[in-house]
Design a protein around this ligand. Sequence first.
Ligand code: F6R
Length: 588
Amino acid sequence: MCGIVGCVMARPAAPLLLDGLKKLEYRGYDSAGIAVSDGGAISVVKRKGRVKGLEDARALKGGTGVGHTRWATHGAPSECNAHPHCFGGICIVHNGIVENAATLKEECVRRGETFSSQTDSEVIAHLIAAEEGDLLTAVRAALQKISGSYAVAVLSERAPDTIVCARRASPLVVGCDGEGSYVASDIPAVAADGRAVYVLGDGEFAVLKKGEPPAFFDGALTPVKKAAIAYDACADTPQKQGFPHFMKKEIAEAPQSAEQSFPDLQSEVYSALCEVLCQTEHIHLVACGTAYHSTLCMYYVTHRFAKMTAQPFIASEYRYMDPIVPRGTLCITVSQSGETADTLASAALAKARGAKLLAVTNVKHSSLERMSDFVLPTHAGREIAVAATKSFCAQLAVLYALSHTIAQCRGHQAPPVSPLFSAMREALAAGEKVRAWVPYFVGARSVFFLGRGADRYAALEGSLKLKEVSYLPSEGYPAGELKHGTLALVDARTPVVALITDPAVADKTMNAVHEVSARGAPVFLITTIPACLGCAEVTACVLLPACEPAYSPMLTALPVQLLAYYVALACGNDPDKPRNLAKAVTVE
Ligand code: F6R
């Protein structure tokens, strides 16, 4: 999604801005630009496409500047829609959505102003330019007129060597060292050895001025003191380490990610949480996308072993459904980035209705982490490829641990989770066989992933992954539902991936295999049950190590992720940067 960088320093800003934008590339974007101020006059260079297209801006003079990577929401990806946007001597970069942009633009047009883009963001420059007073006061007054979310960094021709920043529901961090002050939309873009980093709170402002430490203000512009956060300055942007793509590397890291994420059950944090888990009667699980699929897996395991319903919700639904939050509800939010707008809004709503919040997130100091009562981090390490892979397995490790604890609290036994970690390593090696399946998928009309029980949720995730990176239409489906309509779609151009890990329902899913095979579909089987291998109707199969069926998504996720990866390559797609997708979805 969109990214912001900015700096105020004595040496030229452009090289630092371009390097900062490169660090934000993993988030997904379709245009980029920078603006540099040299003692007042502001030069802007922006382009559709990649940051490398901005290299000619490296020579810009001036030590104060802002940069942006844009992921199109309002208006197509194009040079004129790329940020920064300038008007009346004001130049802004913006992450978020101005929901009342149309009304605000009308007012500006009535004043005789013209717009040079189709974006919602440009209106922010117009609003600031129309305000009186110093830049900070003007920015505050303009932002008060906006509904929606924003992280903004603002330059003004009238305030040389200054950047004013502000945020509402979109992350922004500020850094400073002996050389100057910096701003960015995520910590890795601002982090450096010996640099202090501060997280801007919701509704807060920061002023970065040459030769001064950054100053912070609350919503009423009262100065606030901020403590620098502890972060790992040495944690460079991960490298591919010999893997052809980050997606492949990150799938390979899944076993380690899951194992490292399994919480220390003896720790103080977990013991405190344990008390809450043991007392709670109502659990809401809230997330989006892949993280939502991990909550479905927790729902299944909790139902099965703890005999309790932990109710999963899609965050974009939860926030608008007027959810019933009974007294004593624990709301568990799951988010790799910790910045997903719908998940944050749902968490805020659940909290306002009295729920305790537990965040399961992969990003330290994220907004989700900071608003929650409890945090169980996933230790997947930074995930660079846009499609979530290792973070899914890391989330499962944490969520299965929680289900296990809830089962114990309620006097039930759940099988141990730890045998899964070594089984994942075997599953990863076995999963490589899916590479040979690729010719059946390239050019397919549609793909079905089928399963029952826990396999059904892995099927959803397999289907999402394939859609994301190969762009093939695909559905994850409960195997028993096929004959209630969907079978009409199945023919020889519809490869079917059947997931079978539970002996109790293996025959039932096999019935679905017979049904699709009878309609000419090539069938690919991923199973932990050797007895399933003999089926003559199966085109090819992968045998995974035996495991507790309820936990099996931790294993079956690996071959389905690999399948998506290899099909994407065969389709000529970049699996790390799939079209139209963003790593952290910070807008609704
Ligand atoms: C899928 C994917 C998305 C995210 C979703 C939630 O591969 O990456 O579906 O899972 O946008 O993101 P987080 O987990 O950051 O809240």
